[in-house]
Design a protein around this ligand. Structure first.
Ligand code: NAD
Length: 499
């Protein structure tokens, strides 16, 4: 296939970067295959995109929600048209198996449809005033120019989690996509161009985190930053954004999630729930579970079945429909996997499957690894049980009852996703109320987001501004507006209006 040449898209025009430089995006399943190139941009490109977005803001924000939603509806039709092509592009550019590539695009479509549907939903409320002659309203106002900085692992869905609610509520947007997946982002913006969004309403500037993400975050004319990515970068983003005292940054970050399997769990659910949580997307989901916390009464049986099922996982190029695990995204991802495995060994892991780099002709051009599975008794403050491995690295940790399971679950600075397998409603209620998470599941894996639910975490996983459904809160101001219909001024709280 011919490599795709992505450009920046600023004020409705496709442009090379002011640096004149480009970078390559390669297929992680076959690093000899160049998917395409994208501009290696700099602060000057960011300045231009911010000026375009600022310029477009007034007119766009004056349109009705219904009219703005109509643009999104046109965009949704184009995604339906291109769904198969886009799914293959996701798989080729980030390595996910094709069923996951398709799910990424379907989720993208759902987000666009959900945001378009908001155009005809109530967006504020009428509230009683103490004074009968007054009407009081809560209204939503767009904040202005929104900078979106996104990761590679959901290269189509996550940009749209951030962009669509921003646009329908009247903001204009600059997207800085991951440098690992620029062509997926390019395809989305091409469709938005085709859908006819007015110039400047949506812009894309490709490039690296330090040279594009940092100036976008710190830009005085950007009102909001929506960041999804790792904790270390999210922390930096908060600092960069804080240089402008007024700037708001929503940061959704990593996780050290877990599946809790209690003694009465149905193993026909709990075993596949563990497998899907640990190994879907090769463990590279923010909601991946690196920990399976299993009651000691059933841990031996669980472990045996879990390992047997893991042994059936097919690893390879995700374009084959029967592949379950594709490659890791890049060499750094492989190094991180090996580092976490080594730390686990040093910390006393009983290694059940000694996963590592795969060799042989099928694997030699890609970043393929096999699952690393170990059993480990819980000790507080253990690195391998607390830090995100972002790879197929999983610990089976015996626990003693539901309270101990939650204690182990909470021993991490993260709090993103949690699943509990039990048939006892009192136990799952205890977990629901005592575990620290943003996304909770019962008798399910810890993965499985839907766009009409908020997506985000607590503690180091997020600062309380979830993506998807919850995002309108981050990109709009809730304003109070009160109108007097009486012939004189009457004040609330009994306050006198007399001179
Ligand atoms: P990353 O943090 O390395 O990069 C995310 C984005 O930040 C990229 O676009 C990158 O270019 C940009 N960036 C890097 N340095 C920057 C800087 N100084 N200023 C501004 N931007 C900068 O993350 P990644 O490797 O792309 O994705 C994996 C991480 O994302 C994992 O930790 C995963 O858990 C997390 N994640 C979280 C969620 C969620 O909703 N909570 C969803 C998906 C992924």
């Amino acid at each position: 296939m011919q490599p795709i040449e992505a450009k920046n898209y600023i004020n409705g025009v496709w442009k090379a970067s002011t640096t004149g430089k480009t970078f390559e995006s390669r297929n992680p399943a076959n690093t000899n295959e160049i998917i395409g190139t994208a501009p290696d941009s700099a602060a000057a490109d960011v300045d231009e995109a911010v000026a375009a977005a600022r310029n477009a803001f007034h007119k766009w924000s004056q349109l009705s929600w219904v009219t703005r939603a109509d643009y999104l509806d046109k965009f949704a039709q184009l995604i339906k048209r291109d769904l198969q092509e886009m799914s293959r592009l996701v798989t080729r550019e980030c390595g996910k198996p094709i069923n996951e590539g398709r799910a990424d695009v379907v989720e993208t479509l759902h987000m666009v449809q959900f945001a378009a549907s908001l155009g005809r939903m109530p967006v504020g409320s009428v509230i009683s005033s103490e004074i009968p002659e007054k009407d009081a309203y809560i209204r939503r106002k767009p904040k202005g120019v929104v900078g979106c900085i996104t990761p590679w692992n959901f290269p189509m869905a996550i940009p749209m989690w951030e962009i669509c609610p921003s646009l329908v509520s009247g903001n204009t947007v600059i997207l800085k996509p991951s440098e690992e997946t620029p062509l997926c982002a390019h395809h989305l913006i091409s469709l938005m161009h085709e859908a006819g969004f007015p110039p400047g309403v949506v812009n894309i500037v490709h490039g690296m985190g330090e040279t594009v993400g940092a100036p976008l975050t710190a830009h005085p004319n950007v009102d909001v930053i929506l960041f999804t990515g790792s904790y270390n970068v999210g922390k930096l983003v908060q600092k960069q954004a804080a240089n402008d005292a007024y700037k708001f940054a929503a940061t959704e970050m990593g996780g050290k999630n877990a599946v809790i399997v209690l003694s009465d769990a149905d193993l026909n659910i709990a075993v596949p729930a563990g497998i899907l949580s640990a190994f879907k997307t090769s463990g590279q989901r923010c909601v991946t579970s690196n920990r399976i916390i299993v009651d000691k009464k059933i841990v031996d049986e669980y472990q045996e079945k879990f390992v047997q099922m893991a042994d059936r996982i097919k690893i390879g190029n995700g374009l084959s429909e029967d592949v379950f695990m594709g490659p890791l995204i890049n060499k750094e991802g492989v190094q991180k996997f090996l580092f976490h495995n080594q730390k686990a060994r040093e910390e006393g892991a009983d290694v059940l499957r000694n996963g590592g780099v795969l060799e042989g002709p099928e694997f030699e051009c890609g970043n393929f690894v096999s699952p690393f599975i170990y059993r480990m008794d819980y000790r507080p403050n253990t690195f391998c049980l607390r830090e995100e491995a972002f790879s197929p690295h999983v610990a089976i940790i015996p626990c003693d009852g539901v309270e101990n399971a939650v204690e182990i679950y909470n021993d991490t600075d993260y709090g993103l996703a949690m699943a509990v397998c039990t048939e006892d409603y009192r136990k799952w209620r205890y977990v629901r109320d005592n575990a620290e998470y943003g996304l909770g599941y019962v008798n399910l894996p810890s993965i499985g987001a839907e766009v009409h639910l908020p997506f985000g975490g607590v503690k180091k996983s997020g600062n309380g501004h979830p993506s998807a459904e919850g995002l309108l809160e981050a990109v709009t101001h809730r304003t109070a507006f009160t109108v007097n219909f009486g012939g004189e001024i009457k004040m609330a709280q009994g306050l006198s209006a007399k001179l």
